[in-house]
Ligand binder design. Structure first.
Ligand SMILES: [Zn+2]
Length: 301
């Protein structure tokens, strides 16, 4: 079993949006679900700004999202963690995995990966396996590169990403990887994980020297998060997070996955599809109480 946070400690929750667009109803649902759990369990709710993507995340969008959350009436603990201020922490985690010889540089472009996948599927006349998000698993061309040669290419400044060697990582982690998931009533059950279905995941890029997986695992531990409440779209990624927690010697929080809000076409709401933002709804005259009610949460007070 993964190490669990002590039962007596005050529960710590977090809501962790990215300031790369305006918040929509799906974010409101996630923030309110966190707030409800925290209130019921006497916990604290932290705000984390996930802004490692320095191209798409802007201070103006961060200010806007904090304004939206204040308008909605979600109260957070005063200290806010901004991921872009903690690249040093991610470097420490990466170096730890590097010392364990679980990382390797991958020089493949997206195009090269696509071609390798096509060649492999043609050769084996079978569909190449895909990860839970539907992306083809990395075929592994760079996994077996000579270490000295790889190091020389990295030193020469060749663009690359750092991948986790999944097979080695699983061997190192030593089996029985699991976490506890809470149902809406807060009752826990244990779920085994299967991180291998993600293949050799990317943990750092040259332009962004971390990744979603590495930074959330690092942040949850550094912030003392005991309960991770997030959408069902991130359920499968938890497999990778539990593996990284084991490899880095970090505690595994409890998890709860809330259902996702769907648009009229049955697709998950997304900033990229211009789902109606909370700001749009405000302009149209919606009140925070009406939004809370629409999402199934009692009014404030
Ligand atoms: Zn490669």
């Amino acid at each position: 079993m993964a190490p669990s946070p002590p039962e007596t400690a005050q529960p710590v929750f977090r809501f962790a949006p990215s300031p790369n667009g305006r918040l929509h109803l799906g974010h409101a649902l996630s923030a309110l679900t966190n707030e409800r759990f925290a209130r019921r369990m006497g916990g604290r709710l932290l705000l984390r700004i996930e802004d490692i993507d320095r191209e798409r995340c802007t201070p103006a969008l961060e200010a806007a999202l904090r304004d939206d959350l204040a308008w909605l009436g979600v109260a957070f603990a005063p200290q806010v963690r901004r991921q872009s201020e903690h690249f040093a922490d991610y470097a420490v985690a990466l170096a730890d995995l590097g010392r364990q010889e679980l990382l390797y540089p991958c020089f493949c472009s997206r195009q090269q990966v696509r071609l390798a996948v096509a060649a492999e599927s043609a050769r084996s006349s079978r569909a190449w396996p895909v990860d839970p998000d539907g992306a083809p698993l990395y075929p592994g061309a760079c996994r077996g590169l000579d270490r000295a040669e790889s190091a020389a290419r990295v030193a020469a400044g060749e663009p690359h990403v750092l991948r986790l060697d999944m097979a080695r990582a699983l061997k190192r982690a030593g089996g029985s990887l699991a976490y506890a998931v809470l149902d809406p009533a807060g009752v826990a059950r244990t779920v085994p994980v299967a991180p291998a279905r993600w293949g050799d995941v990317v943990l750092a890029r040259k332009d962004v020297p971390t990744s979603y997986h590495l930074s959330v695992v690092t942040d949850d531990a550094r912030q003392g998060v005991t309960h991770v409440v997030r959408g069902r779209d991130l359920e499968a990624a938890t497999d990778v997070h539990v593996l990284l927690q084991r490899l880095l010697g970090l505690p595994t929080p409890l998890y709860h996955f809330h259902e996702l809000l769907l648009d009229e076409d049955g697709r998950k709401l997304a900033k990229s599809r211009n789902s109606e933002s909370l700001a749009d709804l405000r302009v149209q005259g919606a009140t925070a109480a009406a939004i809370r009610e629409r999402l199934g949460f009692p009014p404030l007070g």
